[in-house]
Design a binder for this molecule. Sequence first.
Ligand SMILES: [Zn+2]
Ligand SMILES: [Zn+2]
Length: 404
Amino acid sequence: MMEFSCSCMQKHHSIPTETIEVSEHAIGKVAEILKGYHRIFLVADENTWKVAGKRAAELLEAAGMLSHTLVLPSPALPNAESVGRVLMDAGRDRDVYDICAFSRNPDYILAVGSGSVNDTCRMVSYRLGIPYGVAGTAPSMDGYASVVAPLLNGKKKIVYNCTIARHIIIDLSVNREAPYPLLLSGIGDMIGKYIAILDWEISRDRNGEYYCDTIADMVLKATDQCLDVAPSLENRDMTAIRATSEGLILSGQCIAYCGSSRPASGTEHMIGQTWEVMDVEEGKVPNLHGIEVGEGTFAAIEIFRKLYRETADAHVKGLIEKYLPHFDRIEALQGTLKLPFTVTDRARFVEGILRGRTFRDRYTILQYLFDEGKLEAYAEAVYDTVMDRYFYRTFREQFPEWKA
Ligand SMILES: [Zn+2]
Ligand SMILES: [Zn+2]
């Protein structure tokens, strides 16, 4: 259990996470960290099995703690099919088969992977009432410590409230070898946090929504930490890998402390996730979460900058003003990092903004502009600015071989 007292309305924040181990050879400690469990069900996909799953399984087996393993085909998607497969494989019929009883569950689920495997296992853990943990393989998103699982269900992406990992094991030597698109995805997921906090502040002041200063500050600190080192990620600098991994975990922890993704997900996520869903609706495999969110962040920045220039609402203008230096910093960082884009078509870009407003029940600047009758005009105008200022190349142009 991790906890702290707070001056906000909740007064106290706690999460059931027992261990967060971020170190160069963290996988080697897996049996020690999970001591006390005896029937661990390890879930990986073909890629994560090779880089960490196999070794973790061997160590758990040697310690007499492994029940069995499941290796999902790569790329594993965070969808109903993956959840179904993990659920069906969770028990071992050869242990107990009794028509008068139920199958015997494992006592722990260990997800080896990043976004997809983790979200899938988090849902199964929640539904079966079995604790789970994650051995992360890439600093690609902030969901390691998160309480929610965004899962594809049919043609919809639904954010389910689930449970929180009891143990988070991040082996930096594994993270360091992660494919470069995943590293970029991690940064893309983080640059939008300023937008998320700004949206939260606006909703606090307009709607009286609950807000926690401490959690907001923690998220901003985690974001600064990731942005400071982002330019060194390409060289796989270990300090940068560590700072990014820790920043992403801290952001996810804040989601858990808050009990909702509000501190880490605003306009940029609503836009990016709408683009993800549009792909799903068209039967395509969605692009990397953080890449979509990164592009959504540029859209959100330009929406806020335009509103700042034009609005007569002094209060909102004052709130935006605090974040302008962060926006400048992200724009400068994009000049170095050149995060690739997935959406370059005008109609699709605009649709992401318009539909993004109702992606979930959350008040953001998109709703504010809609209420003012300005959302469409903003979406059209922002497209031109974003393409002009932030676009270098598409994801496909940069990574033609990428499979997910
Ligand atoms: Zn608080
Ligand atoms: Zn995210």
